[in-house]
Design a protein around this ligand. Structure first.
Ligand code: XMP
Length: 509
């Protein structure tokens, strides 16, 4: 294990991820973790992250100097490098101007960290303070025209530091530098694999939960599915998963989730499917304003979940499928927990439990998928495209009715089927059918029709913050269109949404 000691930097999880890419297990710990705990973990190496502070700020995060006496190799990055210098008697100063972005750094390639790197290596800098004088025993191993100490090392004590960020992709030889640290300095063997994450997680979940009872809200999405399976493997029937079918799911989706997790499914857990369709349709009657619809769907979810939880009685742990991108704040204690509350719309306030467990909070989406495959979860679940919590409720423009849900489910099913048939599903970020609230005149078999228009959407995106409308081949759109108007009663027109995000959003409401 390598520990990333988090001092509030933006890239803390990225560092951990890079280390895991070297096939070395890595976890982020807040800087408030005790020295005793670190000793107990006995990591092969420690990495200090960057952070927004200056070491001279009164409330800047720091650590006991004793950490340098453990004999464990340490790599300080950015703020972490300044902190190392400061704690060991070097001098840190504030520069009149910040150094930011791609920077050519002259490195000493005889230093163990820079072995195999180019003498002039392009690195990513982002700092105002800098190390003006290295502590006793250290020597300078890299510099730039404006930064006298871009890196320093004290090989006898296995202490290393870089002012730049080796973990970001813009540092061209950054991964090599991290590899040098974990392999050469820490002596890691690089034989860790994702299934060790699964094994380690199962082991530590068992230890933590003991004979306690666990409750999990299962949506059938990737994150909650992986979390549920992990928990089921760890504590089996001590786990209850509540799946709320709000009647706004895609066609057959409820049954698919039940087939995997229900009593006839592959996993040991108590699966509770709540059929709440009619109550949702009742609540949504006459409501047309998107935010109001979202609020009703969210609030009703909590109510249904709460009722089910009451039947189960008090539980010890509540599981959340929070993954790293959901954790806006770094792991500095409180902030992450606040975000968890938001994730489930205030759930923890109404359900009686002792503690939240978030087994995936260290992982990025693709790592969650890998873990899902390791756990043997079916591929169609693992590689599912994102589906919003409010479901089809925000893909039906205007009032939601049972009839409209049927229309959009059927249309969406055909669209997805044809996209997969055309082999386009893997390259699209997200694609779905939505129901506009426009009706228009058409003609079918010599008769006048006055029916709804379905809108097709498909986007390419890497982060879902921005997106481009995908250019679906005309033949595919033609086929989908003719199938929808022929097979779905109530539709006589199909439109394609060419809008990007911005100015559109991916969903319609
Ligand atoms: P928008 O429509 O904001 O969507 O461009 C961006 C991404 O987020 C998904 N989305 C949601 N996911 N709860 C969710 O879990 C929601 O309320 C929600 N709204 C949008 C959307 O599907 C897209 O992937």
């Amino acid at each position: 294990t390598v520990i990333v000691l988090d001092f509030g930097g933006q890239y803390n999880q990225l560092i951990a991820r890079r280390v895991r890419e070297c096939s070395v297990y890595c976890e982020v710990k807040p800087y408030t973790v005790s020295l005793e705990e670190i000793k107990a973990i006995n990591p092969k190496g420690i990495i200090f992250t960057g952070g927004p502070n200056s070491v001279y700020d009164e409330d800047s995060p720091s650590y006991s100097r004793k950490i340098f006496e453990l004999g464990i190799p340490i790599l300080g990055i950015c703020y972490g490098s300044q902190l190392m210098a400061h704690l060991l008697g070097g001098i840190v100063k504030t520069a009149p101007v910040s150094e930011y972005g791609h920077t050519e750094v002259e490195v000493d390639t005889t230093d163990i960290i820079f072995q195999g790197a180019s003498p002039k290596s392009v690195c990513w800098m982002s700092h105002t303070d800098y190390i003006a004088q290295v502590p006793e025993g250290f020597h300078i191993t890299a510099h730039t025209p404006v930064c006298p100490v871009a890196a320093m090392s004290f090989p006898e004590k296995k202490l290393y530091a870089t002012q730049f960020h080796p973990e970001v992709i813009h540092t061209q030889e950054g991964l090599k530098m991290l590899e040098n640290f974990v392999y050469q300095v820490c002596g890691c063997t690089g034989d860790w694999k994702m299934n060790s994450f699964v094994e380690t997680a199962i082991y530590s979940l068992r230890k933590k939960i003991g004979s306690g009872r666990v409750l999990c809200a299962l949506s059938g999405g990737v994150d909650s599915s992986v979390a549920a399976v992990l928990l089921s493997k760890a504590v089996g029937k001590q786990l209850t998963c509540v799946f709320v079918d709000h009647g706004l799911l895609r066609k057959n989706e409820g049954d698919e989730v039940e087939a995997v997790f229900g009593t006839k499914g592959a996993y040991e857990l108590n699966f509770v499917r709540v059929n709440a369709r009619q109550r949702y349709y009742e609540k949504l009657k006459g409501i047309t304003e998107p935010e109001e619809k979202r609020k009703i769907i969210g609030a009703e979810f909590i109510r249904v979940f709460e009722e089910e939880a009451k039947k189960i009685g008090a539980v010890d742990f509540l599981v959340q499928g929070t993954i790293y991108p959901d954790v806006i704040e770094s792991g500095l204690g409180k902030s992450a927990v606040i975000k968890s509350h938001h994730n489930v719309g205030g759930l923890p306030d109404v359900v009686d439990f002792k503690e939240i467990i978030e087994p995936l909070r260290m992982l990025f989406k693709d790592e969650v998928r890998k873990a899902g495959l390791e756990l043997g979860i079916p591929e169609h679940l693992v590689f599912r495209q994102p589906f919003p919590g409010p479901g089809l409720g925000i893909r039906i423009v205007g009032e939601v009715t049972e009839e409209k849900v049927r229309i959009v489910q059927e249309a969406d099913y055909i669209y997805r089927e044809e996209i997969i048939r055309a082999g386009l599903d893997k390259e699209l970020g997200q694609y779905f059918a939505a129901l506009t609230n426009m009706r228009s005149v058409g003609v079918m078999g010599d008769f006048r029709t006055y029916d709804y228009a379905v809108a097709l959407r498909a986007v390419n995106t890497s982060d879902f913050m921005t997106a481009e409308a995908a250019q679906i081949p005309w033949e595919v759109l033609g086929k989908v269109t003719s199938r929808i108007v022929n097979e779905v009663k109530g539709v006589n027109r199909v439109l394609y949404d060419c809008t990007g995000k911005p100015p559109g959003t991916i969903e319609f409401e």
